[in-house]
Design a protein around this ligand. Structure first.
Ligand code: HEM
Length: 431
């Protein structure tokens, strides 16, 4: 993936909290060595005796204090460097009036500001014995942990129930049926979604739990996926691997120009609230892990078009070598035309790119004892058509299809970021 994206994101987004050391841990990386902690860039210099416990404590403190701004042009959690953990939840509304919906959105917007700053959403210990805690408490004192909360609106939000049809973005609809799907309604659709990402799973879980709880008379949780392993990453962290053992995220949308061209919505949605927003596609993709694990390495590599250890394209040597889809070996294409990267690369799709920001997931064992695991694929794009065009091709021809099943699916319009305290998502709908 990108070499520039996280660097750009980091320079754009300021860290709160532990200022120098946090920024060093995020942007430059703390190096732990025999001489104690040294920050790249010289923010921390410690020539004392080795003290691994202190190093670990310092790193933990830096990670806990990491915080991303909540107010801004774009919602965070899109160009933010991927955190370790994901809780993705789609909700259906049980609310029946626009006022109830308005209340949910206003309450959530304010609570999201608190939690992303590492604060509880209300009292953990009410002042009287009979008082029920407002905040459930499990993230108390843990710090923001890089928490981002990204809110989305499903196509169904704009149906007849709340009178919002005139606020729907142009052409916003459920994804069409596509080859290679075996969708389970239990993991499909939703009126609203929250993508919670944080470096601590409990902090991400706490956020979604408390949002659901404060709106319990108006929203019902429809489906949830807990993700881990930063299936997409950048140069501030080595490219992480998916559960098939391959580096995932090597080539991705990167840098402001790419984001402007492929991810951020401009005027074309026909709705001011979408300008600076994006569209999120979520696909819960089950991997047939036992079958994959018996596949010889030569075949595994030609399925993706890359080597397993290094992640190099089969036309090159190193991970970040640009794939050459015309290169041949012994008269045959070095990267098979039906390999995953040959079918998905922008060079072979009229320049189409999407930002992939997925996470690995595992739900234990299925009913017959097989591993229930895979990729919670999340992509952001300026228009859902970008995803649909790629998935149509992958769904019909990708060699990877033998080892995966798309079991869940949803698309959400992600409104632009909030300008300031007091504003809330969807405010335009109720003016
Ligand atoms: C379980 C399912 C999937 C797995 C395991 C997977 C894995 C991978 C891997 C290992 C790479 C190569 C490294 C990289 O550049 O990141 C890759 C690239 C890519 N994947 Fe997937 N992927 C999956 C699903 C999808 C889907 C559903 C789409 C979009 C419809 C997609 C779009 C792409 C794109 C655009 C690239 C970059 C290709 C390039 O420019 O070289 N992938 N994927």
């Amino acid at each position: 993936m990108s070499n520039e994206q996280p660097v750009d994101s980091l320079s754009r987004r300021r860290f709160f909290g532990g200022a120098g050391s946090v920024a060093a841990a995020g942007a430059g990386g703390l190096i732990l060595g025999a001489g104690g902690a040294t920050a790249v860039g010289g923010a921390v210099a410690n020539a004392q005796e080795p003290n691994p416990a202190a190093d670990v404590e310092r790193l933990q403190a830096a990670s806990a204090a990491l915080s991303y701004p909540y107010y801004g042009t774009h919602q965070s959690g899109i160009d933010t460097p991927p955190q370790d953990h994901l809780v993705f939840t789609a909700f259906d509304l049980s609310a029946t009036t626009p006022t109830e919906l308005q209340l949910v959105l206003a309450k959530w917007s304010a609570a999201m500001a608190e939690m992303t700053a590492g604060r509880p959403v209300g009292k953990v210990e009410p002042g009287r014995e009979q008082g029920v805690p407002v905040d459930t408490g499990e993230a108390f004192d843990m710090g923001p942990q890089g928490l981002t909360l990204t809110l989305g609106f499903g196509p169904s939000l704009f149906d007849a129930r709340f009178g919002l049809a005139k606020f729907a973005p142009i052409d916003f609809a459920n994804l069409p049926a596509m080859a290679g799907e075996a969708l389970d309604p239990a993991y499909t659709g939703g009126d609203l979604c929250i993508q919670a990402c944080a470096n601590d799973p409990q902090v991400a879980y706490h956020a979604v739990r408390n949002l659901a709880r404060m709106a319990r008379t108006s929203v019902k949780t429809k489906w949830t996926v807990l993700g881990f392993g930063r299936a997409s990453a950048g140069p501030t962290q080595k490219t992480p691997r998916n559960l098939m053992g391959f580096k995932d995220g090597t080539r991705n949308v990167s840098g402001e120009a790419d984001f402007a061209e492929h991810v951020w919505v401009g005027e074309e949605a026909g709705q001011p609230w979408m300008k600076g927003g994006s569209y999120l596609v979520a696909r819960k993709i089950h991997m047939l892990i036992e079958t994959w694990d018996e596949d010889p390495i030569g075949d595994q590599q030609s399925v993706f078009g890359r080597t397993k250890q290094e992640g190099a394209p089969l036309s090159g040597q190193s991970e970040h070598d640009v794939p050459d889809f015309h290169a041949t070996v012994a008269g045959k294409a070095a990267i098979a035309p039906d390999s995953h990267i040959a079918l998905a690369a922008h060079e072979n799709n009229g320049g189409t790119k999407i930002l992939r920001r997925g996470y690995n997931f595992t739900d234990g064992l299925d009913s017959v004892g097989r591993l229930d695991a895979g990729l919670m694929f999340i992509s952001y794009q300026k228009n859902p058509e970008q995803f649909v065009a790629l998935q149509r091709k992958l769904g019909s021809s990708d060699r990877l299809n033998e080892y995966i099943r798309h079991v869940g699916s949803a698309v959400f319009a992600i409104p632009a970021g909030l300008p300031e305290a007091g504003s809330y998502y969807g405010k335009d709908f109720f003016a």
